[in-house]
Design a protein around this ligand. Structure first.
Ligand code: CAA
Length: 283
């Protein structure tokens, strides 16, 4: 099965990035969020990021225009029945994701496949909130989506081979490399990346180094493109905390205990770059 139109639910940093790469690859895209303002903000992000790609010569102006023309913002599911693939990229909350699936399943076409961009939650459990677990799987993009080469493909217990093949082919058409991960908490990338970030927060909490010192150590000492605290701000501290909680709950090992300082920052609303403040001040 090949796709023609893709509905992306959630116009935040991941959803807008997913809409960006799908539109550039030639797919029609609906970018759906709860309000038109949020959906339009997603389009503004995409436009800004495509402009960067034009400036650096990665795409032409006409490719940008054609891609932007293929994306339509929406604040309802009125046209979701036209999509043959739905990619859910809402907040990293099982409750939010389940309620979206419950709402869209009666509306979408019987043949439509649903993917979730969850970065940690069980695909099998999320699939149980749909009427089509065989047509459901994880398609996990990395941030920033237009730049990062990898997607993780994750099957639930009931995902069919046809669904996996259709989504794998899509990933390749989007120009992504893929790796297949089993349905374990946080899959591969975040199983490894988030405990490192959490450990960096512990190092800060215990006074091993300053924010700048810890980031510099990992940038220059381990050749990471961003320090772990800067990366945490970039991902969003709320997302980092929810992934650590999924690891802690799902694997029941104290090594995954979220650092109390991470919890405190999230409670303060210091969610990183998107909130203007995290480990760094962006105001
Ligand atoms: N859209 C389009 N292009 C973008 C972009 C975006 N959002 N962000 C950066 N770029 C482009 C720039 O235009 C530039 O392009 P050219 O090479 O063509 O000039 C290129 O990417 C590099 O960007 P910059 O020069 O601005 O900055 P940089 O060299 O510092 O790279 C970075 C920025 C790519 C973000 C780099 O710092 C990096 O790789 N950081 C680590 C990112 C990472 O680890 N992501 C994974 C997060 S984990 C995750 O996503 C999983 C999860 O579920 C939480």
């Amino acid at each position: 099965m090949s796709f023609n139109e893709i509905a992306v639910i959630g116009a935040g940093q991941m959803g807008s990035g997913i809409a960006h790469v799908c539109a550039l690859a030639g797919y029609k895209v609906q970018l759906i969020d709860m309000t038109m303002d949020r959906a339009e903000a997603g389009i503004a992000t995409i436009t800004g990021n495509m402009n960067r790609q034009v400036t650096s010569g990665r795409i032409s102006e006409s490719e940008r225009e054609a891609a932007l023309d293929r994306i339509r913002p929406a604040d309802t599911y009125d046209q979701i029945n036209q999509a043959d693939l739905v990619v859910e990229a809402a907040t990293e909350s099982e409750e939010v994701k389940r309620s979206i699936f419950t709402e869209i399943c009666p509306l979408i076409s019987d043949d439509a496949i649903i993917c979730t961009n969850t970065s940690s939650i069980s695909i099998t459990r999320l699939a149980s909130a749909t009427d089509r677990p065989e047509k459901f799987m994880g398609l996990h993009f990395m941030n920033p989506v237009p730049v990062m080469e990898l997607v993780e493909l994750v099957r639930g217990i009931a995902t069919s081979d046809e669904t996996f093949e259709a989504v794998r082919t899509l990933a390749e058409r989007l120009g992504k490399q893929w790796t297949s991960a089993e349905d374990f908490p946080a899959f591969i990338v975040n199983r490894i990346l988030l405990p490192m970030i959490n450990e960096a927060v512990y190092a800060l909490y215990e006074g091993v180094g300053s924010v700048e010192g810890i980031d510099k150590a990992m940038r220059l000492g381990a050749n990471h493109p961003m320090g772990p605290l800067q990366l945490a701000d970039f991902i969003g501290l709320d997302t980092c905390l929810s992934i650590m909680q999924v690891l802690y709950d799902g694997l029941a090992d104290s090594k995954y205990r979220p650092c109390p300082l991470l919890v405190k920052y999230v409670e303060a609303g210091w969610l990183g770059r998107k909130a203007g403040r995290g480990f760094y001040d962006y105001r």
